[in-house]
Design a protein around this ligand. Sequence first.
Ligand code: SF4
Ligand code: SF4
Length: 381
Amino acid sequence: MNSQSGKVMVVGGGIAGLTAAWELARQNVSVELVEKSCFLGGHSIGYTCKATDTCQQCGACNVEKMLKNVVGEPLINVRLRTEVSSLDRSKGFKVSLKKSSDDMAEGLILKGFSRHNSPLHVKGKGVTDEAPEGALGIEEMGSEGEIDVDAVILATGFTPFDAELKGTYGYGKWENVITGLEFENIVRENAGIVRPSDGKRPEKVAFIQCVGSRDERLGNLWCSEVCCPYAMRMAGTIKHDNPDAEVSIFYIDVQNTGKEFPVYYEKIRENVRFVRTIPVDIYPIENDSLKLRHMAEDEGSPSFEEFDMVVLSVGIMPGADSKTVSETFDTPLTVDGFLDDSVDSGVFVAGTAAGPGTIAGSMAGAGKIAFDAVKYLGGAK
Ligand code: SF4
Ligand code: SF4
């Protein structure tokens, strides 16, 4: 076994935090893993398998695997519903912890460490009789007090773009306009693709790309990197589920992520229509369907098209608490509002807290950050 020792606090229990914690433990470093919500896995634990006849390399299954590694690892102490209130660097890293707000658990029964699978049940506020016997009340969770660590890895993740800010798409008003994350929930809860308003299988589905990203008016100039491959995998799942379904992807240009991507893109184009324009607006019509107005590149006047369901590919935004995290840990923000990962002072940044990235990219980056932290511990001795 490696002789490295020391203790690192990892803030955030999404895929980057889990990976960093696991890699640190493999280097014989103790880890305090602090997660402000009541479950581990972050956004990515909600993603479903996109395998059709073959694996689509979405990486979702790696999240559950990593979660199980972490939960079974004695060197990693998991503190759910906990956040850092302050950091005192006058003598190393003295971290004060507090219970986080439990608003996120209102009305939920969380099944343990992840939202979906786990032996431990957590009962959210407002939940009474439907909670399983032995469920832990949300009030009983969370840590308070001070702990000393030797370094910190910030893996506080991202916030999905709030689709209501794109008012002309009617998100929040028209039931069958949903986000990609909601699409995932629908697939998981119904073991298939159905539209929210009536539970019917949609025959005509549109994806709209770059919702919230690459948008000058919103000041969000970055590409979120994940939503192109992600929408294509979802489109592939729809076609696999229902080969007669018509799927259209409205886009500006397609982001190439990874060496497998060009081959996959060419293949998916055989079954999915790509329309090079970003739609202007969406209106409800009869039967809960939607009318979408767009101006395609090769058309001189607006076109109208009807769909059963529209999926918005919302972008990756800086974490809602990135400013607070930046102040607490004295870590600067980039111009876009993500945490700057270029500063090396014993506080490291991993995963989407530093900017958009895929599951695979977040895992690879977090593994590297864990090694940087181990090197730092070696140098700090
Ligand atoms: S990588 Fe994605 S598509 Fe492949 S098996 Fe895992 S979850 Fe399924
Ligand atoms: S990955 Fe695709 S959909 Fe997402 S912001 Fe980039 S170009 Fe737009």
